[in-house]
Design a protein around this ligand. Structure first.
Ligand code: NCC
Length: 277
């Protein structure tokens, strides 16, 4: 009955969020020697190095002409998505990239030049695949939406020093459950966007999270990405991903002043470590 308060929502998010990556202990990955292929430091343990203030930069066209670059770079860690560049857009998006979340299209489609592009260097990489959830990892391994496994194995061998993780489908789908459980509507059974996954991840790793242009500012536009001319409202409102519901949920836990949302497209969230339930 009724909508949960902001604190109740924080507590629910904190209780239900368990970052999970493939650690090579489950079949079929254990049989393939992945326990030695994945980074030895589990992603959850990045928490040990605890970032205080973190920024999440949505790839929306509304970021253009925001002049948010310096503010974004002032954070201890910055999360970006897919092919979103900083080069040429420094004034609006900053220069720092600590973590990049990419979907399996990036690693499998040749146009993204995953092997050679500098976009994917010098940061922690997290990849996920939107295959329909099945608890059977062997079926997923045989038939992912886009082949992420071969490029993953190759990059781990060539660049063992780069922290690179595959997000566990159970983690992705637990976030979908959270979104569904917090709306009256029946949402489509498609995974959350990289943006929502990244926001929840940073709430687990940081004390405070500033999210830019996920919920759009007055600069809101039909332009899909700040780095491309392509226009489509679905990029902001969602077609495949339950994007609208993700945004409504994040807006409900905003701790920042409304004028910052209007002018900067900035939402301020508490990290889970500061939430007492
Ligand atoms: O567009 P995309 O996302 O890379 O954007 C990253 C995240 O920023 C937020 N966003 C983006 C644009 C916009 N106008 N408003 C926003 O709020 C979203 O939270 C989004 O997740 C993805 O989530 O991985 C996605 O990836 C693209 C595409 O695969 C990659 O950019 C690689 O080319 C998807 N587009 C298509 O498949 C055509 C998109 O649906 C989701």
């Amino acid at each position: 009955e009724g909508r949960r308060s902001s604190l109740q929502l924080y507590c629910e998010l904190k209780r239900r969020t368990r970052i999970q990556t493939l650690d090579g202990t489950e079949e079929p990955f254990s049989g393939l020697g992945w326990a030695r292929l994945v980074p030895s430091l589990p992603l959850q343990e990045l928490r040990m190095s605890q970032y205080r203030r973190c920024a999440v930069v949505a790839s929306a066209g509304a970021v253009l002409r925001s002049s948010l670059g310096t503010e974004i770079d002032s954070h201890d860690a910055v999360l970006r998505f897919n092919a979103a560049p900083t080069k040429g857009f420094e004034r609006d998006v900053g220069t720092k990239t600590t973590i990049r979340i990419i979907n399996s299209q990036i690693v499998s489609q040749s146009r993204h030049q995953f092997r050679t592009s500098s976009l994917y260097e010098n940061c922690t990489l997290l990849v996920w695949d939107p295959a329909p959830y099945s608890s059977n990892l062997t079926q997923w391994f045989q038939k992912p939406d886009f082949d992420l496994f071969s490029p993953y194995m190759e990059r781990r061998r060539l660049r063992p020093e780069q922290p690179f993780y595959i997000l566990h489908p159970e983690f992705i789908w637990s976030l979908w459950d959270l979104i569904q459980d917090n709306t009256e509507d029946q949402i489509q059974p498609n995974p959350p966007s990289s943006g929502f996954t990244g926001i929840v991840l940073m709430m687990s790793l940081c004390d405070e999270v500033s999210v830019y242009e996920f919920v759009p500012s007055v600069r809101r536009s039909e332009r899909c990405h700040y780095y491309e001319r392509y226009r489509d409202d679905a990029c902001t409102l969602g077609a495949y991903h339950p994007l609208l519901y993700e945004k409504l949920l994040v807006q409900r836990i905003n701790r920042g002043p409304p004028d910052q949302l209007r002018t900067k497209g900035r939402i301020t969230l508490r990290g889970f470590s500061t939430v007492r339930c």
